[in-house]
Design a protein around this ligand. Structure first.
Ligand code: ADP
Ligand code: MG
Length: 339
């Protein structure tokens, strides 16, 4: 008697969704990262009720061809990597081919996309992983993904959703970070019709800092830059007078990806050393570029953690650069900053 069988695609996708789609902000993250990977210069995100009822991401990127659209929603389907060696030189934000199939398995999704090669658009509706509508349409080049009723068919997960403000907070935080990471993309975030974030896409990161944190904060930032044979670092760090009660004001960006890194945080704090009051943290936006082979992003499905192959060197470069930025303004650790 055989009792073991391979689960069907729909069930497998629902299980994978448990890892990839934790909450509305995970959907926004995956859709926006796809928009970035598609080479978009504008990305508009519109949310209703903290994302619990609707999340819509519209981009003007390269689009999905009519022929590819169904495949895009299959698990492990990706245009971004093809061979295992590609895994060691990832230049895109996505590569796991899991997001669309996972999101579509636990929501009602509509995808409208026209690719830049043909200009031909197709609209696909998928509910709980099942295609319910499919037709050719007219649409501008780019992609629009609408996700409604997230977790409608996974009540256990739905039960864990927090309040609208909490879910919106996570979405807003992510949008701020991706905007800081990509000053060259014009990004908007709207919630229930109110604009919460708008960047212009000029490429000026200080303008994005002003849009996210306000003009006064932007004025209190110091530019920092450095490079060695492996890494380039550019960014802004706050004058020691401008501090926060936690590390949330630190945005680390590695090859265009917002990540969380104890290592980067540690090196940054080390550079300030005694300039910071106890239990206070600087604001910083640090972009670090490196050859993709020096970086392992395949650590966790959310891709928020990475591994650096030359971590010690990176930390040293960062610490030195930030110290120099502070020093140039006559801030020296151990000095009384008059606070
Ligand atoms: P991954 O991003 O890891 O490749 P996804 O499931 O997120 O996997 O997306 C599957 C594929 O669908 C992508 O590889 C890409 O080819 C296509 N795609 C998804 N979103 C977009 C978009 N906004 N614009 C263009 N292509 C997209
Ligand atoms: Mg993706």
């Amino acid at each position: 008697m055989t009792r073991i069988r391979v689960m069907d695609e729909q069930l497998a996708n629902q299980i994978a969704a448990g890892e990839v789609v934790e909450r509305p902000a995970s959907v926004v993250k995956e859709l926006v990262e796809n928009a970035v990977d598609a080479g978009s210069t504008t990305i508009d995100v519109s949310i209703e009720e903290g994302g619990l009822t609707l999340m819509k991401v519209t981009d003007n990127g390269g689009g999905i061809s009519r022929e590819d659209m169904e495949t895009a929603f299959l698990r492990h389907a990706t245009s971004k990597i093809a061979t295992s060696s590609d895994l060691f030189r990832i230049a895109s934000l996505g590569f796991r081919g899991e997001a669309l199939s996972s999101i579509a398995a636990v929501s009602r999704l509509e995808c409208v996309s026209a690719d830049s090669d043909t200009g031909l658009a197709r609209r696909l509706r998928i509910e709980g992983g099942v295609i319910t509508a499919d037709e050719p349409v007219n649409a501008p080049i780019g992609t629009s993904m609408s996700v409604s009723d997230l977790f409608y068919n996974t009540p256990a997960r739905l039960k864990y959703m927090k309040s609208i403000p909490t879910e919106l907070g996570h979405i807003s935080d992510y949008m701020n970070r991706i905007a800081l990471a990509h000053p060259g993309i014009a990004i908007t975030l709207e919630h229930n019709g109110n604009v919460l974030l708008r960047t212009t896409g000029t490429g000026d990161r200080l303008q994005v800092i002003a849009a996210v944190y306000g003009r006064n904060t932007a004025k209190a930032m110091l530019k920092t830059e450095a490079s060695d044979s492996d890494y380039t670092l550019t960014g802004y760090v706050s004058k020691p007078e401008l501090t926060r009660a936690n590390r949330n004001g630190i945005t680390a960006i590695v090859n265009g990806r917002y990540i969380r890194s104890h290592s980067i945080n540690g090196a940054l704090l080390q550079a300030y050393h005694t300039l910071l009051p106890i239990n206070r943290y600087p604001l910083a936006v640090l972009e670090i570029g490196m050859h993709p082979s020096l970086l392992d992003v395949n650590v966790h499905p959310s891709k928020m953690e990475v591994r650096f192959s030359k971590e010690v060197e990176l930390r040293a470069l960062l610490e030195k650069a930030v110290k120099e930025a502070l020093h140039a303004q006559r801030y020296t650790p151990g000095m009384d900053t008059g606070r």
